[in-house]
Design a protein. Structure first.
Length: 384
């Protein structure tokens, strides 16, 4: 499923208890109506494929598991749906990713989509990164060496979080994963983010941008139990996951789809409940409200201190208010942990601890201390 602007989304294919489909449907939020788009030329029946808007008037679909015959077949075909003509066209690039299903795909800039990983057959998980350029009609393999990329996996979630950046989470690699990664198109590389907390082991969910620098996901298969019904938001500004509470929500499920239809608004469709054995065809709207953010589950004075390292300074001087043991971490703006110290004993109130930052370039950083269930966050600007 993919958003197509003006409060509309498009969906193709999928399955229920007995059938695999090759239908194209468009949902209009303003009319609250699903309309089937019928064409003689269209992709074949399939599931576990992915779609993403690639330009203002075009949507790309790739791969999946085809059921055109009695035997299933993995696909690596590329299709474009034109929103002006409402017609499908198969593109035939010279180079394609291997046939696969349960991979992740999202727009990363105008005219380009990013693809990662998936299953190329019988649990053979891959960790390759591809970009499709609609102007060139070409798939480009982005060479990245492990461990500087997400691990081989399927059933992860990914969404564009900012211009030229996508956020990746979770996935299945014989167990569900908890890694958070950011892909930077300009630098053509993956960056691992290490938030203070995360939603836990997760796969078979769906994630979407909801605002600039924010993405959300709901539901999924949490730690292998299925039927998860929690909503999480990732904020790129502070590299944090936040749990969002809602009083009314769909029943838990996975293999569903969510997409943004307006700022602060998401549309959810379908999914599978493994307790009831039912495939859903219900449609839900979520609206993000300012008071939806869950309070952090630790004590804090809510005051963010600021420090500036200038001239020839090499030490960050931090005042610790109370006697006792202290843990601290030093992060860059992408959430990468650069320094860590555990069980540092402070002998007196308002003791100063010195942290060596001479090896770090100019930029913004975050220094986090933990003491007696209290957490303090400080911004550190290095400007020598």
């Amino acid at each position: 499923m993919a958003e197509i602007g003006d409060g509309k989304v498009i969906i193709f294919g999928g399955m229920d208890e007995n059938n695999v489909f090759d239908e194209t449907w468009i949902y209009d939020f303003k009319e609250n109506n699903w309309t089937e788009i019928k064409n003689d030329i269209h992709p074949g029946k399939r599931k576990a494929h992915r779609m993403a808007r690639i330009t203002k008037d075009k949507v790309l679909m790739f791969g999946g598991e085809s059921y055109e015959t009695t035997n299933s077949e993995l696909m690596n075909d590329t299709w474009i749906f034109n929103l002006g003509t409402l017609k499908w066209t198969e593109k035939k690039p010279v180079k394609n990713p291997l046939s696969r299903y349960d991979f992740v795909l999202s727009q990363i800039s105008d005219g380009k989509v990013l693809l990662f990983g998936g299953d190329i057959g019988a649990g053979d998980y891959v960790s390759d990164t591809w970009i499709y350029d609609i102007q060139e009609n070409n798939w480009i393999n982005i060479s990245t060496n492990y461990p500087y990329r997400p691990p081989p996996c399927a059933n992860a979630i990914m969404a564009q979080i900012d211009a030229g950046k996508t956020l990746f989470y979770g996935g299945w690699q014989f167990q569900y994963l908890t890694d958070t990664w950011l892909f930077n198109l300009l630098e053509q590389k993956w960056i691992k983010i290490e938030p203070l907390s995360n939603p836990g082991n997760m796969g078979n969910s769906s994630m979407s941008n909801i605002n600039k620098s924010e993405v959300v996901f709901w539901g999924g298969d949490h730690d292998g139990w299925g039927n998860y019904d929690e909503l999480w938001l990732f904020d790129l500004n502070d590299s944090s996951w936040k749990n969002i509470h809602t009083n009314i929500k769909p029943d838990g499920r996975f293999l569903h789809q969510i997409v943004k239809i307006e700022d602060n608004k998401l549309l959810l469709f379908g999914g599978y409940n493994n307790r009831t054995g039912l495939n859903h065809n219900d449609t839900w709207l979520f609206t993000l409200q300012p008071n939806d953010y869950k309070e952090d589950e630790f004590k804090t004075d809510n005051i963010i201190k600021s420090y500036i390292i200038s001239d020839n300074e090499n030490k960050l001087k931090i005042k610790i208010s109370n006697v006792g043991t202290v843990d601290y971490q030093f992060y860059d703006i992408f959430g990468n942990k650069l320094l860590e110290k555990e069980v540092l004993f402070v002998n007196s109130d308002n003791e100063i601890i010195n942290v060596d930052v001479r090896g770090f370039p100019n930029g913004l950083y975050f220094f986090i201390t933990h003491q007696n269930n209290n957490v303090e966050v400080a911004k550190v600007l290095i400007s020598r």
